[in-house]
Design a protein around this ligand. Sequence first.
Ligand code: UDP
Length: 240
Amino acid sequence: SENKRSFKRVVLKLSGEALREVGSQDNISPEIVGRIALEIKEAHAAGVEIAIVVGGGNFWRGASASARGMDRATADYVGMMATVMNALAVQSALEVEGVPCVVQSAIEMKNVAEPFIRRKASRHLSDGRVVIFAAGTGSPFFSTDTTSALRASEMGACAILKATMVDGVYNADPKKVPDAVRYEQISFRRCLSDQLAVMDSTAFSLCMDNNIPIIVFDLNEHGNITKAITGEPIGTIVTN
Ligand code: UDP
């Protein structure tokens, strides 16, 4: 279409919950991960350099465990380990589809993943390999949304594509306010002044300060991941 965006390099943020089948006991659904891989394959074939940051919320969230009495830092390390499991599942599915891909982990785990090395990651992307960033930032008290903002900044990505359970940013919570309106485009400043939570505040300010647009889109609609990566107007874009 006419207003199609053209991205050279993007960071796709997949939450852990994106990999789970609703209502299932399994934390990871191989079928769902397979479908996500197919969409990434299509976008990859279009020539976009794709980095992926995976969450871990399908297994564990540090803040929840901490609220139930566990030491926060330790709980966060458990959460980072969870993201590594998800990263391996996504890697496997991409390889089944023939998409060249590497996992880089922010916590060294040399038997299953490369260590995170910024320049090497960038080189993989330039060479056409998908890079999956595991173990978040490697530090507790952060999130994988913050990891997306950090890696996007480091890799010089054009945008963060945040696949979520809602189809964009609304002027009010669409679950509570029936006539809530979705923005096609909104500024970081407006999100702040209207208290619209797009990401946690650390992640959000990193994107704003480093001028990384965030595209929020509905992950459940088939084809949306491909659309988002290949720059079709979709969801809501948050920019400066
Ligand atoms: N985490 C962390 N540091 C990071 C990234 C993640 O400590 O840089 C931990 C944190 O406990 C978090 C968990 O890993 O709750 C899983 O990540 P997140 O909640 O961001 O996953 P998502 O909600 O995207 O599935």
